[in-house]
Design a protein. Structure first.
Length: 402
């Protein structure tokens, strides 16, 4: 692959992203009602209950799912209150995710243009674009996960840092039951740092915000039902099992082809970030030479990949179903894992001075989205189109800089 400035890839990615989002914003302006499904089953009703202040009585819960934690539903409630079409809700969330991903990339020392390319790569993933017209909380969970990691990486012995950390973790676990498991892989790499900067006032503000934005819903559910995780029957608390014993790992074993199709259909070329992460952790010398690189950067890649693969392992125990559309739907739970996996690949590319190769992969992945269906043979079209676009973008930028 010839040496091409990152600006060329960034230019092409901006054009692609603008095309997608102008199209979707126009389409969802014309079709301003969210489609049937989870949006109308419980996300919108929960947001409406919040607006009406009737979220603390069993009489106002018509479905078991209405008991779900609702911190991010407050954002959807604001859209309803301001009479903004709810089809813009996830578009707005994705815009915030874009900014959070750039900040995450800059935190891990990606260059400015490369960080922008990373952010665009994430928001043009098929799995992100597919849900733009829905009302949900999964993108917000990814946002708060990114903010949590950023804060932990930059943690300072100050009230402000611990307030942000309490808020981000609170919003994360206060938006979905499964979100609490996202904290597990963060304990080992960051707990010592947190404990070294703790004092009474900082821990007080941390737990205050964590309780207000997160634990509040669990306390409410315990008071209303006797089960803080209602409707989940977990830890001996009675409830209503919605998915039975169907989990990603056992349904994946039962229907491996469908599960692989779903994963490749949603993440396209970035599904290969999983084996890259595994190989890197086993033998990083396959990718870089230790003697020629900054040790801190190398260790950061290892930390990113280790956290991401732990999140993938946790994801395998999340609920799913045998229906192909539920297999696809449940992949939303893997947002945080793949954001870190892709970040690790970007970071690795920068260390190994292979930004051009990563940029090519990024553009090819963006062009793989000709529709929401899975057509793997379209890669044969997207590869030459990527090369042509990158070549002419590089030519244009080179001339304009002379």
């Amino acid at each position: 692959m010839p040496k091409i400035d990152v600006k060329s890839y960034l230019f092409v990615s901006i054009v692609i992203a603008v095309f997608y989002y102008v199209y979707f914003i126009y389409f969802y302006t014309v079709h301003s009602t969210p489609p049937p499904g989870d949006s109308w089953d419980y996300h919108i009703p929960i947001a409406q209950n919040l607006l009406q202040g009737i979220f603390f009585s069993n009489d106002n819960f018509k479905m078991a799912q209405w008991y779900y934690p609702a911190s991010s539903e407050f954002i959807n409630a604001v859209f309803i209150a301001l009479k903004i079409p709810l089809t813009y809700s996830n578009i707005f969330a994705t815009g915030v995710l874009f900014l959070a991903c750039i900040a995450l990339a800059r935190t891990f020392k990606l260059t400015r243009d490369y960080a922008l390319l990373f952010g665009i790569t994430i928001i043009t993933l098929n799995i992100i674009l597919r849900w733009l017209n829905q009302v949900s909380v999964d993108v917000w969970i990814a946002v708060f996960f990114c903010i949590t990691v950023i804060t932990l990486e930059r943690l300072k012995p100050s009230i402000k840092s611990f307030a942000i950390l309490g808020f981000s973790i609170g919003m994360m676990i206060g938006s979905k039951y499964t979100a609490s498991t996202l904290l597990i892989p963060l304990i080992f790499p960051y707990l010592r740092t947190v404990l070294s900067k703790v004092n009474f006032s900082r821990i007080l503000i941390f737990f205050g915000l964590l309780s207000f934005f997160g634990f509040f819903w669990y306390i409410r559910n315990y008071l209303l039902t006797g089960n803080p995780f209602y409707p989940l029957p977990i830890l001996g608390f009675p409830g209503k099992e919605i998915f039975g014993d169907m989990r990603v790992w056992n349904i994946g074993i039962e229907h491996p082809i469908q599960m692989i199709d779903a994963a490749i259909g949603e993440y396209k070329i970035w599904i290969f970030s999983i084996p890259i992460a595994i190989l890197y952790l086993i033998k990083k010398s396959l990718f870089i030479k230790d003697s020629a690189q900054n040790k801190e950067d190398i260790n950061q890649v290892g930390k990113i990949f280790l956290i991401a693969l732990t999140l993938i392992t946790i994801y395998l125990f999340y609920p799913t179903s045998r229906e192909p559309w539920i297999m696809v739907s449940s992949l939303r739970y893997s947002y945080p894992a793949f954001i870190l996996l892709i970040l690790g690949v970007f970071k690795l590319g920068q260390i190994a001075k292979r930004e051009s190769l990563i940029g090519f992969f990024a553009i090819t992945g963006m062009l793989g989205i000709f529709g929401m269906e899975y057509h793997p043979k379209l890669i044969l079209i997207s590869i030459p189109i990527s090369l042509i676009l990158i070549f002419y973008a590089n030519r244009f930028i080179t001339r304009s800089e002379k």
